[in-house]
Design a protein around this ligand. Structure first.
Ligand SMILES: [Zn+2]
Length: 169
């Protein structure tokens, strides 16, 4: 169902395709996978201008591999962490999700052990979660020295972003 919709939508897209130029603005944006988040529109980015990493919550820790690729392979010096209000990651706990996965795999000690080692980086306060990620990046010795890290909260009620942090690594 979805796959067929993708194929049809892509046929339309490709019919009007113009190859975008890479015009990198030197920023990697880390944000949530929530379907209400549209980083291009909400941050004024055009295709070709920024690396964008999306995961559950917009966790910097989950995005570390990609951040390091952007920094060391593509010389990206600005990391922007964008979390948002009403995030799904505020609606359950890591412990609850671990238990759901264990229940789906009864008798599998290997699964239980693996999942106990995963932190899903849930949070209750969105601004505090951005600050936690800024602290994580500043204290991480792998992040390129001199990098700028900015923290943002996007409000899903009114479409506005607020800057809540700005640090140099
Ligand atoms: Zn979210």
């Amino acid at each position: 169902m979805i796959a067929q919709e993708f194929i049809e939508a892509n046929e339309q897209y490709a019919a009007n395709f113009t190859k975008p130029k890479i015009n990198a603005r030197g920023v990697i944006v880390v944000t949530c996978m929530d379907p209400r988040i549209h980083p291009y529109e909400q941050l004024g980015l055009k295709i070709g201008e920024a690396a964008i990493v999306r995961n559950a919550g917009g966790s910097a820790e989950d995005a570390l591999n990609s951040i390091l690729v952007a920094q060391y392979a593509f010389n990206t010096k600005h990391i922007a962490i964008v979390h948002h209000t009403d995030c799904g990651m505020t609606k359950f706990t890591t412990e609850w999700l671990r238990n759901k996965i264990k229940e789906a795999n009864p008798g599998r000690d290997d699964v239980a052990k693996t999942v106990d080692g995963i932190d899903f980086h849930n949070f209750t306060d969105v601004e505090a979660s951005v600050q936690r990620d800024l602290k994580y990046l500043v204290e991480n010795p792998l992040v390129v020295k001199g990098s700028k890290v900015t923290g943002w909260v996007y409000d899903v009620e009114n479409g506005k972003i607020s800057q809540v942090g700005d640090v140099i690594v």
